[in-house]
Design a binder for this molecule. Structure first.
Ligand code: SAM
Length: 460
């Protein structure tokens, strides 16, 4: 492993904080190879049977014995699992303990590339609604790709500055802010992070976090929860942020029970509103990377904003589907009656009808990059399905499925010409280990490979 030296000021601070002896163990742990872990998609089935051990605080998380080539695993591209370092998976333990409502409206305010959003999406499953937001355009594209592959259809991807949420005070049951930070917790996994670190940058990050939390703190409804996390160790971005949040908003502390064998370090921060708790993950104690998280509860009597019902939905580019189109989509594709459909440039999107009012209300304020499941479009009598639809968990009535072997699945993912026998003419859903991978179209004399060009793999 290449060794970029730890920044001197960082070392000094950590020795001050941990003491010399513990710092030595901490420093030594940074020389170890990071452990690879994945979190499975509970809606797509279990994979990677071999050599795995459970992540103690998340029953969908597993450590792998070694790093496989994810690029050459079709199930990775089909959204069967997400590669996520294990400390971050602690969010699942928090959700379980606080009994977050599965049918709630959740917001992940700093969501790309989507590790915690896919975790939240799994948690709410078919019952809830998630807004996954990322302010930086290129990163919002990656977030969108990961949400599409996860495929649950319960997420709206937006690209907004936290400021743009100001009308949504008291709207969300749960707001997660995994804040942009100085990244000290990544000094093992990403050695470049050591070069990018400086005391000035820590101060800048803390200021930026204050700006973000100044908005985020207002968005949680009475009785709802705020989760603040970083992947850094310094107090300015962690415990000081607890003090900042409590100085700006009324919140109640939440103490999360932790099993002593997990070796997570609990910190206590005194504020005027009581003692608040932080959970620190150190690489010399846990298998994962550095992480910090704290949980806050909005008092029950705080403001709650209900979405205003909109009579005639109007939007600059999204249109509500008419009755006839909706009925046709439901019957042709075998979709649930409780669906609401929209179209964008003739392509139809599925959403859960239960959240129609929420979606339409939110669309007035937010820059939407993706929502629900993009199904495809009608071309006269034919329905032309989209890739997004293939990898979603929605039923796909009327389409033949054809199972590919590993070589064929990789040919498909490389978007190369396919040779497949015994399939009918028209659109065919290709699967690998019975998991949908995408569409091919049999034209009789040749087969079109419809895997998205921008996602194709180049590795051999
Ligand atoms: N939650 C993500 C996950 O689990 O995959 C990781 C989020 S990362 C730690 C923080 C994100 O905040 C980055 O994607 C970054 O682009 C975004 N960000 C940067 N500046 C921001 C700002 N001013 N407001 C909100 N988010 C910001």
């Amino acid at each position: 492993m290449s060794e970029i030296k730890l920044p001197e000021a960082f070392v000094k601070r950590m020795i001050n904080y941990l003491g010399e002896e513990e710092f030595f163990a901490f420093e030594k742990s940074l020389e170890k190879e990071p452990r690879v872990s994945i979190r499975i998609n509970p809606f797509k089935g279990i994979i990677h049977e071999a050599d795995r051990t459970a992540v103690p605080w998340n029953n969908e998380g597993y450590f792998l014995a070694e790093r496989p080539s994810f690029t050459l695993d079709p199930l990775f591209h089909a959204g069967c699992y997400y590669v996520q370092e294990s400390s971050s998976m602690f969010i699942a333990h928090i959700l379980k303990y606080i009994q977050a409502p599965k049918d709630g409206i959740f917001l992940d305010l700093a969501a790309a590339p989507g590790g915690k959003s896919t975790l939240l999406s799994s948690f709410i499953g078919k019952d809830g609604f998630l807004v996954a937001n990322e302010v930086i355009k290129t990163r919002a594209n990656i977030l969108k790709e990961n949400i599409i592959k996860w495929g649950l259809g319960n997420t709206m991807v937006t690209q907004n500055d936290p400021e743009h949420f100001r009308e949504l005070e008291g709207f969300f049951d749960l707001v997660l802010v995994d804040a942009p930070c100085s990244g000290e917790g990544l000094f093992r996994k990403d050695q470049e992070a050591r070069n990018e670190w400086s005391e000035d940058n820590v101060n800048l990050c803390a200021l930026r976090q204050q700006r973000i939390m100044d908005q985020a703190g207002a968005l949680v409804k009475g009785g709802g929860y705020l989760i603040y996390s970083t992947c850094t160790f310094n107090e300015k971005e962690n415990e000081d942020m607890i003090r900042f949040i409590c100085s700006e908003y009324a919140y109640e502390p939440v103490r999360i029970p932790i099993d002593p064998t997990w070796k997570i370090t609990e910190t206590a921060t005194e504020t005027e509103d009581g003692t608040f708790y932080g959970y620190r993950f150190y690489p010399h104690h846990v298998e994962g990377e550095g992480f910090f998280v704290s949980v806050f509860k909005r008092p029950e009597d705080s403001y709650i904003q209900e979405p205003k019902k909109i009579k005639d939905f109007k939007h600059s580019h999204i249109k509500a589907a008419n009755k006839q189109e909706s009925q046709r989509l439901i019957s042709d594709l075998g979709l649930d009656e409780r669906s609401t459909f929209y179209s964008l440039q003739d392509s139809f999107f599925w959403t859960n009808a239960k959240y129609q009012t929420h979606f339409e209300f939110l669309s007035r304020f937010l820059n939407i990059r993706y929502f629900g499941v993009e199904l495809g479009k009608f071309n006269k009598e034919q329905f032309i399905p989209n890739h997004e639809f293939a990898v979603s968990i929605l039923p796909k009535k009327g389409f033949t499925a054809h199972e590919l072997n590993l070589d064929q699945a990789l040919t498909f993912l490389r978007k190369e010409d396919m040779v497949v026998d015994d399939i009918p003419e028209g659109w065919v859903l290709v699967t690998y280990q019975n998991i949908p991978m995408g569409w091919i179209k049999n034209l009789g004399n040749r087969i079109n490979n419809n895997y998205p060009k921008e996602w194709r793999i180049r590795m051999r």
